[in-house]
Design a binder for this molecule. Structure first.
Ligand SMILES: [Zn+2]
Ligand SMILES: [Zn+2]
Length: 135
C-alpha cells in the first residue's frame, strides 16, 4: 500500500483519514465514480455523507491530486493524477480502461485541415470491453 500522506501534502491537502481512504480506493480501482466511491467509503466510515465525498473530490480536483474523466452518456469517473493518457469506456458494464496512444498524428491532421488550435486531448473512446464481448 502506498502512503499518500506526503503526496496529499504536496498537493496542499491535509491527510485526513477519509482522504487517505479515498486515495487508496482510487489506487486500487483505477477509475471510480462518486457513487461507487461512496459505497466503499460508507463501509469504512459509517457516518460519512455523500456531500463529504463530493467536497473531498472537488478539493482533490482543484489541487490536481486527482483527475476527472467525463464519460459520454454516463457518470464521470475519477483517477489519481498521472501522465496524460486516453480512455476506453465500455457501453455495457461502464468499465473504464487506460490506453496510451500517440495523438500527435491526429493533432497534425487537425492542424492541417483546420485553423483550430488543440490545447488538450481528453480522448474517451466508447465500445465493448473484452469481458462483455465474451458474455
Ligand atoms: Zn464491459
Ligand atoms: Zn485513466
Amino acid at each position: 500500500m502506498i502512503n499518500y500522506t506526503n503526496i496529499l501534502r504536496e498537493h496542499n491537502l491535509k491527510a485526513t483519514p477519509q482522504r487517505l481512504a479515498i486515495a487508496d480506493e482510487l489506487y486500487k480501482k483505477g477509475h471510480i465514480s462518486i457513487e461507487s466511491l461512496y459505497e466503499l467509503m460508507v463501509n469504512k466510515f459509517s457516518s460519512i455523507s455523500l456531500a463529504t465525498i463530493y467536497k473531498n473530490i472537488n478539493l482533490m480536483l482543484e489541487n490536481s491530486f486527482i483527475q476527472e474523466i467525463k464519460i459520454p452518456y454516463s457518470k464521470s469517473v475519477y483517477e489519481l493524477t498521472q501522465a496524460p493518457h486516453s480512455h476506453l469506456a465500455c457501453e455495457k458494464c461502464f468499465a473504464v480502461e487506460d490506453i496510451t496512444i500517440d495523438l500527435n498524428s491526429i493533432i497534425d491532421i487537425i492542424t492541417k485541415e483546420s485553423s483550430f488550435k488543440i490545447t488538450s486531448t481528453n480522448l474517451v473512446l466508447s465500445g465493448i470491453c473484452e469481458n462483455c464481448q465474451l458474455g
